[in-house]
Design a protein around this ligand. Structure first.
Ligand SMILES: C[S@@+](CC[C@H](N)C(=O)[O-])C[C@H]1O[C@@H](n2cnc3c(N)ncnc32)[C@H](O)[C@@H]1O
Length: 299
């Protein structure tokens, strides 16, 4: 009996094997002009997860938006999936859809109310308009050309009264005490020049609120600015100290990672990077990068 079933199973499996190609893990879509490595593995995955947990520890919640039992939540640019997993666990009765051009990490524990769709945001959305209560996008606007036009497409995915959560950094080092030094200036001159040539704006975080207000699609637009300090002595809040440290090593890793591509094109030499590093670690300076968190209610 066992042998017969075993043989039947074996023969049906081998027929399937003949008919189907072996399953391969999905590959990232590589037509999108994205300069960073794929988010689902290695150092990039660790960097993004560390950022997520640093932000979560500071916020002590998923978002500042007053969400009331949302039933459909969409995340665009889910990266390692950390925010989507937290959304699915916070709202177990909601259906959460995570999307990205890179697949979710193979080892991620995916809650049963979370599904993933691989897509390129530069293509038209494959979702019906008005079907989500919440749309979340973090650290992605900074990689999209014409981010202002994009806000209309994002708003179209929301039902009236739904929340758009847009979160990004103003990728600029600011100093509360004195002008920034030559290392920081030289690095950002090259970086901004390169990114502007790609049609994207590294300072988009600082423009989010204005873009959302002028879109005239929202009954309210709210913003919280979170200062991420390079010098832990700039704040007494341990969660902000951690977040600043994480952001500092995170952007250092980004610059090292994109050096081959951006360095020569933006005139950023290893000496400039070393100068930047000296200044951000200088205990006499009070440098910070601002993270802009917005939550806006669709009319
Ligand atoms: C800096 S990561 C941020 C990931 C995640 N939101 C987070 O906060 O950790 C940017 C993500 O956007 C995705 N991305 C960038 N451009 C994209 C595009 N055109 N279409 C789809 N995904 C894109 C990247 O694959 C990456 O996972």
């Amino acid at each position: 009996m066992f042998k017969t079933i075993g043989r039947r199973l074996l023969s049906s499996q081998s027929t399937l094997a003949l008919r189907k190609k072996p399953l391969q893990p999905p590959e990232p879509i590589d037509e999108a002009p994205y300069p960073l490595p794929t988010s689902s593995r290695g150092v990039e995955r660790r960097r993004l997860d560390d950022m997520h947990y640093g932000i979560a520890r500071y916020l002590k919640r998923l978002t500042y938006a007053p969400l009331e039992n949302p039933s459909r939540i969409l995340e665009l640019g889910s990266g390692t999936g950390a925010w989507s997993v937290e959304a699915a666990e916070t709202y177990p009765s909601a259906e959460v859809v995570a999307t990205d051009m890179s697949p979710l990490p193979e080892t991620l524990k995916i809650p049963s109310n979370l599904t993933f769709k691989q897509m390129n945001f530069l293509d038209p959305f494959a979702f019906r308009p008005g079907q989500f209560d919440v749309v979340h996008m973090r650290f992605v606007m900074i990689h999209l050309p014409n981010p202002k036009n994009y806000i209309h497409s994002l708003a179209s995915l929301l039902r009236p009264g739904g929340w758009l959560l847009l979160e990004d950094v103003n990728h600029t080092l600011l100093d509360a005490k004195r002008p920034v030094g030559p290392g920081v200036q030289a690095l950002y001159r090259g970086y901004y020049e390169y990114m502007h040539k790609q049609g994207v704006d590294p300072g988009v975080g600082a423009s989010l609120k204005n873009m959302l207000q002028t879109a005239k699609q929202f009954s309210e637009v709210n913003e919280a600015v979170v200062p991420c300090y390079m010098n832990p002595k700039s704040t007494e809040d341990p969660a902000l100290q951690d977040l600043g440290e994480i952001l500092k090593y995170s952007i250092d890793g980004v610059y090292v990672g994109i050096m081959d591509k951006v360095g020569p094109a933006g005139g950023i030499t290893p000496e400039i990077l070393r100068g930047w590093r000296r200044e951000v670690n200088d205990p006499e300076r009070d440098l910070r990068i601002d993270m802009h968190l917005t939550w806006s209610r669709k009319m």
